[in-house]
Each structure stands twice: as structure tokens, then as C-alpha cells.
Design a binder for this molecule. Sequence first.
Ligand code: FES
Length: 371
Amino acid sequence: MTVTMNGSPALGDFDGVDLDMLIRQGFRPVPVSGIRSLTAEVIGIDLAPAESDEAFVPGSHIEVAIPLPSGPAIRHYSLLADPARNMRVAILRESQGRGGSAWLHDNLASCTSLLVRGPRDTFGYDGDGPAYFVAGGIGITPLTAMIAAAVASSRDWHLLYIGRRQESMAFAEALVAEYGPEKVTIHITETAGRPDVVSVVDDWASVRTEPTTVYTCGPNPLMRALEVGFEHHPNVSVVSEQFDDEAAVPTRSISRSGGTTSAGLKGLGSAPDVTAETATSGNDKDFVVELGDGSEVDVPADCTIIEALSKAGVRTLSSCKKGTCGTCETVILDGRADHRDSVLSAEEHAAQETMMICVSRACGKRIALDL
Ligand code: FES
């Protein structure tokens, strides 16, 4: 069965069962209020959230459900700075991707709304001390909101925005025009080669009296270079967000390294480093998951909750399956979770309200979930 809601193809293309699941998991239709072509490869989408939606934290992202032929696909998009409180995102067409960004590029013109969950902040922008922003390509998107916050709080900041070609850098001109070349450095690798980002940041930070925080989002090698380069630095810490929705294994992961650390940063330092291979271990025990309708699913010791539910024919949402993206977050109705994700904060783990069912398990013999 195909369901039509509000005449929107984005919603109407979902199978009715999938649509029910998405709504139950917290997705809601949000009207599309504008579409812009930012470059040949990047489109900008404005969504109009309800007035009751809270203002988002800089660096937040939303999840968008996309009706691919293989089933609902969940993609994460960072929110751009927007004083009018629209949800604005910029989407790069990933020619080597799995179809999510291409679907949006090809079908958005006929969509009146998208199914959205969030916003959610997992990046962890905090507001003190000098800030150096390093963006690679479309990784600029979460940093635009952070820069706006840094300006609003009179924070000492600088942006290094790296891209292959100027025409593919959706925000280069606008950022230089708004903040000036003394605050925004545009680096084109096609003509200038790869920058030595560690030296560039170090030069800037070394003339500051307070410790510098580097916020970076972009390709993995860029972020790894910064993390490794400042791993033991006494005055520079690095907060990075990997954002690779179209890779074979989509991930959104946050890490923080360097000489200064910040307590209470969501999703950081509070959970073990979980990978798909370590989601279960030799010490795990079997338990039972009770579903919302009262039915039960056995979860063997060598199986994750998501795997057990899938074998039992229960549909769930997942993306990274590593406890890093938050897509599979599920409400706990009864019982306690043995949290193994790196999305929720220590406080959220302690609250026992939700859990990531791709990696986390039950503490005892039974747990009831809102599925
Ligand atoms: S699927 Fe990403 S956290 Fe579970």
C-alpha cells in the first residue's frame, strides 16, 4: 500500500508500513519552503519548522527519510546558520553514493514536504576561548552556524575553508563577503595543493594567550591530520565530526583530542569505542525484548537487538550500525539498557529513556521497547 500525505511525493512514496514506522520513530512532515541551486553539485533546501520547534544549537543536524526503492533511507544533514529560524540544509550530489542525495536532487522540485527528525546536536560546540574552524568541502555546513554563534558572542575566530575548486564551494563568496578575508581563508587545492593544516592552525593558535579549540568537518584524512597533529598539544584541542552519509557504511562520528578537554560534551568520552565487530562480546548474555504490542523477541548472546528484530520480521531504522549516528534510537518502556553507543551523553545514558539498539543491550533478562 502507498500512502499519500499532504500531496507530497516525498511522503506518498513510502510504503504505508514504513511510513507508520517512521512516524512512530519520531519523523514528522516539515514543509519545504524553498529550493536553491548553490553550485552545479549542491542544492540548498529551506524547511519551515513549526513555531513550537525550538531554536537549534549550532552544529546540529536533522535526519531526512528518503523513499529509495530498497526501502526508507535515513540521511543526516547539518543545519546552516539561519537567523529566520528556518531549517536550511545544503546537499551535495554524491555521484558515487547510494542514491539518497541523488534522489533529493532529482525529486525535490515536486516535494511539498520532507519527513524529518531532529534537530539534534552531537557536534558539541562550546562557547569559550579562541576558535579555529576548518572545513573541507560540504563539511562547511555545520560550521556556518558555529561561526554565526562565535560572531554573536564576540569570540576570537578564524575559518579555513578548503575545496577542490572555487565553483564547487557553495559558501566561499558569501562567507568572505560577510566576514571579510581577514577572518575567512579560502584554500583551493586544485591550484594551491593540500594545505599543511596543522602548521596553519598552530601559527594562528601560537599567538593567542588562551587555549584554542579547532572545530573541523570534512573528509576523514583532513580531520585525522588535525587530530593526530594536535594529539598531545597543550593549548589546542580538536573537535571533529565525520559526516559520510553516502559511504558504504554511513557514519556520523565525533571525536575530541588535544590539550584541553571539556566535560559534558554530548556523545564524547562517555561510552566505549564500539564497532560493528565489538557490538557483541563473549561475555554477553541472551535476553528478551518486549515490543509495544506485547509480543516478544529473543536476542541471543551473539546477536544485536537490531539483528534479532530483523530475523523476527520487525522493521527498524538503522544507518551506521556502530552506535555512532543515532538513527536507531529507541524509547525504553521498561528495564535498563547496557549502553554501548557514542551518541548519547553520560546523562542520557543514566536517564535510561532511550537506547541505540544497533549496539546496546539489556542489563537484565528483559527490556521493553517502543517498537
Ligand atoms: S544505526 Fe547508527 S547508532 Fe544505531
